[in-house]
Write a protein that binds this ligand. Structure first.
Ligand code: ZN
Length: 169
């Protein structure tokens, strides 16, 4: 398995709508392994293909505490949602930045699994939040696009400062 480079905000690819994946194949299967490896290594609980500069509709996640429940979804779509939840979200493309985002708390998602089968999955709690955050990436939306403009400006300024500190410690 290969560790992939995670692109950081404001990389242009993070603003793009990604293309559907026509069918499951060996390349996508390898990509899923590499993305999971990269996500666990980061460490993170979710990763979307555009975060590793692949503009395709693929997300991987694992919200278990034991890191042994990997989930990959191809062309995922939210077909039902209900309730609301506030959660302090972070993102591997904006490390060090956290912001409270309001989203539906319960979702029904449809997509292809890594066996190439169409599945429907009901999710709530952290998994529902994570799936929505990752699907947002496939549509060029970052979690900071879901907070007020004032908070977004502050988050971007803070992230620029963190990056500058990293390059000039
Ligand atoms: Zn993210």
């Amino acid at each position: 398995m290969e560790k992939l480079d995670i692109v950081l905000y404001p990389e242009a690819g993070l603003k793009e709508v990604c293309a559907p994946i026509p069918e499951m194949n060996d390349d996508i299967d390898k990509l899923i392994d590499d993305m999971l490896y990269t996500m666990y290594d980061a460490p993170g609980i979710g990763l979307a293909a555009p975060q590793i500069a692949v503009q395709q509709r693929l997300i991987v996640m694992d919200v278990s505490e034991t890191n042994d429940q990997p989930l990959a979804l191809i062309n995922p779509e939210i077909i039902q949602s209900a309730g609301t939840v506030d959660w302090e979200e972070g993102c591997l493309s904006m490390p060090g930045i956290y912001a409270k985002v309001t989203r539906p708390s319960d979702i029904l998602v449809r997509g292809m699994n890594r066996d190439g089968k169409m599945i429907e999955l009901e999710a709530d709690g952290l998994l529902a939040i994570c799936i929505q955050h990752e699907i947002d990436h496939l549509n060029g939306t970052m979690f900071i696009d879901r907070i007020s403009r004032m908070k977004r400006t502050r988050a971007i300024q803070k992230f620029r400062k963190l990056l500058a500190e990293q390059s000039h410690p």
